[in-house]
Design a protein. Structure first.
Length: 494
């Protein structure tokens, strides 16, 4: 049974460069062991959502809000325990895997409403792919965070105009990873320094009139940045119980599209997965959060091997399973199709030096080595393929479209294009200027976006790379994530 058909049957949840370190002020070494992921029965992060009336104090002692709204605590996480497990280890020279399974897992083999025995649509009810993907509106944005100004820019990928800018915390946030939901409606920004995740609505119709004045008070352009707590398109913020250090704050973040509704012909109730270092600074928490800010699940991965950092990157595979990577260490797959949820852990060969991360439309994770080769991982064969000619690069952000994997390089400053079918380096493209090439994302029209840390981005046509267009976006941009929602679009049924 193909993974696409299985998803139709069961579509529930489903740095600046210095010594090649994070943001230029940390170094890391490659070490660690593998242990089984478990569920934390005690973690209880404080989440807050705007309501009307009164005054508000932010849960972080670093700032406060006084915009006439109160902040109410969201529901804490539910807890479960991991069931019986089995472990297998392959040849350590190629791959190591700690595979967690459960005796209570079941597979949905029934035929969904409106389909025949082969899963084909009947009776006028649509299924994923009938609408050409996630059905994102004709609007398309890239959300670029600035680590030095505590805000995120909303840039129209078609007009190249920055339409709004939002504060994502009271100060000292060090905004980094950004993830856009599959329908383009919601955006989560992770802040490394304060351990805060902030969600905003991309469309005014999803914003909330918290002061009940009959209008949505929100940023109207790049220069209109409302004080923290006074922009009504900021829907919630969660202060995680993280380890307290800059290394520990949330980084890796990815959305799931939600559950397929054949009547509405779209995905509903999306979820976001976020990773951060727990207070004990030895385990990490992988948490699932609803669009209302409710923390629904907390998975604990003990003995995390990530060079002392929280999960570094995240992406979703075609089976709707989140993957989290680390800085020069292990990476994990979250088996959301298991009940209870389990975690598979993988440790790549030492030369991989994982940094940037994505999952391509075929379900293969890719790593930008820093400093090491561009590498592809095949989950089926448990093998790693280093791309010839990339061994000497200092690679950063990674993204993939239907034909190529694109990787930012800092040595030399360039954009690498890798043919995904042949695993060969097509070219290293120069950008002029090129300062510190960092983040990569693919928009809904299949244009590649390269974000330079020094205050600009490039919109790139894969069929005509030299004709790239520069877009100025003030701030220091340190980002490795799905800033457009394009990674999700690439793995949805087409």
């Amino acid at each position: 049974m193909t993974s696409t058909y299985k998803r139709w049957l069961a579509l529930s949840v489903a740095a600046g460069l210095a010594g090649c370190g994070d943001s230029g002020n940390a170094t890391a070494s490659d070490s660690g062991t593998m242990t089984q992921g478990t569920v934390d029965p005690t973690a209880n992060p404080t989440g807050t959502t705007p309501t009307t009336g009164g005054t508000a104090t932010d849960s972080d002692s670093g700032g406060s809000m006084s915009n006439g709204m109160t902040m109410s605590t969201t529901v804490g996480p539910t807890t479960t325990t991991i069931g019986p497990t089995t472990s297998t280890t392959t040849d350590s020279t190629t791959a190591s895997t700690d595979t967690t399974t459960t005796s209570t897992a079941t597979t949905d083999t029934t035929t969904g409403p409106g389909t025949d025995s082969t899963g084909m649509t009947t009776g006028g009810v649509c299924r994923p792919g009938d609408t050409g993907g996630m059905g994102m509106a004709e609007k398309s944005y890239i959300f670029i965070p600035s680590q030095d100004t505590d805000d995120v820019a909303k840039v129209n990928t078609q007009t190249l105009v920055e339409e709004a800018r939002y504060k994502i915390g009271p100060g000292g946030e060090s905004a980094s990873r950004t993830a856009v939901s599959a329908d383009g409606r919601y955006v989560v920004v992770n802040n490394r320094q304060t351990g805060r995740s902030t969600m905003l609505a991309a469309n005014v119709e999803d914003c909330v009139d918290t002061n009940a004045n009959g209008v949505i008070d929100t940023s109207q352009n790049a220069g209109d940045v409302r004080p923290w707590g006074q922009d009504e398109c900021i829907l919630w913020q969660i202060q995680w119980p993280y380890g307290g250090a800059w290394d520990d704050g949330p980084r890796g973040v990815t959305w799931t599209p939600g559950t397929w509704d054949p009547v509405q012909c779209k995905y509903v109730d999306p979820k976001v997965w976020i990773g951060y270092m727990a207070q004990d600074q030895s385990s990490v928490h992988l948490v699932r959060v609803g669009v209302d800010g409710t923390v629904e699940e907390t998975i604990v991965v003990p003995g995390w091997n990530g060079s002392g950092f929280a999960p570094y990157g995240a992406a979703l595979d075609p089976d709707f399973k989140p993957w989290f990577s680390s800085l020069r260490g292990e990476f994990v797959r979250v088996n959301t199709d298991q009940n209870p949820i389990t975690v598979d852990r993988f440790t790549p060969p030492g030369n991989v030096q994982s940094y940037g991360f994505t999952v391509d439309p075929d379900g293969h994770p890719w790593f930008g080595g820093n400093c090491g080769p561009i590498t592809r991982f095949d989950p089926d064969t448990q093998t790693y393929t280093a791309i010839p000619g990339t061994e000497a690069g200092c690679w950063r952000g990674v993204t993939a479209d239907k034909n190529f994997t694109w990787v930012a390089n800092n040595s030399p400053c360039a954009l690498a294009q890798v043919d995904r079918m042949t695993n060969t380096l097509v070219a290293q493209h120069n950008t002029n200027p090129c300062s510190v090439a960092i983040g990569l994302s693919v928009d809904i029209e299949d244009f590649v976006w390269l974000v330079d840390q020094s205050g600009w981005a490039w919109k790139i046509d894969p069929d005509n790379v030299p004709a790239m267009q520069q877009v100025m976006v003030p701030g220091s941009h340190y980002v490795y994530s799905d800033m457009t929602g394009g990674q999700l679009k690439s793995i949805l049924p087409q």
